[in-house]
Design a protein around this ligand. Structure first.
Ligand SMILES: Cc1cc2nc3c(=O)[nH]c(=O)nc-3n(C[C@H](O)[C@H](O)[C@H](O)COP(=O)(O)OP(=O)(O)OC[C@H]3O[C@@H](n4cnc5c(N)ncnc54)[C@H](O)[C@@H]3O)c2cc1C
Length: 379
């Protein structure tokens, strides 16, 4: 397919920089419209934040969503079942998407934070049921009996990140996307208001349009194209337990901490929020604290095995909402980054909207407030 752009043999119409869930979702959508797409990934595809995340998908209803952030969440939420089915049909890989339900607990004794969260979720159209101690015990018999105040989110879902990335990668390949691993973008070649090529460690790659989806590294990639965004890495550590007794069925959230039970008996414990630059290590203190958190909530987990632990760098947009839009000074450069704690959840809608933007199609959600220039700040 030609997009009315300068054509050259073997030159992709569109080059995407960054092969995480955001870059791959956009590539998948664009290739589905017949565009020729190449994704450049510095390391191996889908091995950074997108691999490390917990895969929680929070419910919302497009009919209730009024703000742009709520619309993003709601339009993404309703797309997950169909998106997963289509990926499965095209790739043969089951991404583990399922409606497991979720429970939120108070992180403070007053319960004010939980009440606020329930109100916010209801405002987004999610089903929220208050639970007393007996009701909680009926749903999750292994939870600590001292817990008396909870809310139930029956629509909450989860996806298994590594499997989802494998499905996306395979489906991109099937749709004809050129997937180039081990190519670090170091800068761009410019002519006036347009970019001609991305300079990489393996040579210059020419294209008609460029989309930067570099996760926590987006700020420096974009700076080399004279585009300024405020995105920083925020480390999140995770511990994985292995408990064949499957003591938990639903996701449990307490403020920023959570337990995510997988169908095979694995339980993820997450997560920290740490401003430690690009350091992706694990610390004894955080691993111990996460295990303490889990065994306090579900005491039988004291006998669970520790399978492994890891960390990832979330791309945090300091203004509080992601950047989805066109770069101000460059007509063929686009940006999709800064999804912080919601990048997995928001990946279907990000893929769709960026495809619409790059191909000049009508936008499902206006992107003005998410543009690089927008001064809107979410507090
Ligand atoms: C512990 C943890 C738990 C999380 N839990 C959830 C959750 O439950 N639900 C949810 O929705 N989200 C969750 N997230 C957030 C989610 O994982 C991120 O928002 C999402 O993965 C961001 O995707 P991305 O593609 O922008 O970034 P990444 O996955 O980091 O991808 C960016 C890619 O760009 C590549 N790159 C960087 N620089 C260059 C360059 N110069 N040239 C070429 N390539 C480059 C990188 O190698 C990387 O592969 C969690 C994150 C963490 C860390």
């Amino acid at each position: 397919m030609s997009l009315g752009l300068p054509t050259k043999r073997h030159m992709a119409d569109i080059v995407i920089i960054g092969g995480g869930v955001i870059g791959l979702s956009i590539a998948y959508e664009l290739a589905g419209q017949g565009a020729s797409v190449q994704v450049l990934e510095r390391g191996q595809f889908g091995q950074e934040a997108s691999w490390a995340g917990a895969g929680m998908i929070i419910p919302a209803d497009p009919k209730s969503a009024t703000t742009v952030d709520a619309r993003l969440q709601a339009e993404s939420f309703v797309r997950w079942p169909g998106w997963s089915r289509l990926l499965y049909e095209e790739s043969g890989v089951d991404n583990g998407f399922m409606n497991c339900g979720g429970i939120q607990l108070s992180s403070d004794s007053s319960g004010i934070e939980l009440a606020r969260s329930a109100q916010q979720l209801r405002g987004c159209g999610a089903i929220v049921e208050a639970l007393d101690a007996d009701q909680l015990r009926l749903l999750e018999p292994n939870m600590n009996p001292d817990i008396t105040n909870a809310i139930h989110l029956p629509q909450m879902c989860q996806v298994r990140n590594p499997r989802h990335l494998k499905a996306l990668l395979t489906a991109c390949h099937v749709r004809g996307v050129t997937l180039t691993a081990g190519a670090t973008v170091t800068g761009f070649q410019r002519q006036g208001a347009r970019l001609n090529a991305a300079n990489t460690t393996t040579g210059a790659i020419r294209a008609g349009q460029f989309v930067v989806c570099g996760g926590a590294w987006s700020e420096s990639i974009l700076a080399s194209a004279n585009c300024s965004v405020d995105v920083e890495p925020v480390r999140g550590q995770i511990v994985l337990l292995d408990d064949f007794t499957k003591p938990l069925r639903r996701i449990v959230e307490v403020g920023p901490r959570y337990l995510v039970p997988r169908a095979d008996g694995k339980i993820l414990i997450g997560s920290t929020e740490e401003w430690t630059g690009f350091n992706k290590g694990n610390t004894a203190e955080a691993v111990a604290e996460l295990i303490r958190f889990a065994t306090n909530l579900v005491p039988t987990l004291k006998s669970a095995g520790v399978a492994r632990f890891w960390s990832g760098l979330r791309p945090h947009a300091k203004r509080g909402i992601p950047y989805l839009g066109q770069a101000p000074e460059t007509e063929n450069l686009f940006v999709a980054t800064g999804h912080f704690r919601s990048g997995l959840m928001l990946s279907p809608i990000t893929g769709l909207l960026m495809r619409q933007l790059v191909l000049g199609q009508e936008l499902l959600i206006p992107l003005d407030e998410l543009s690089v220039r927008s001064s809107r700040v979410l507090v």
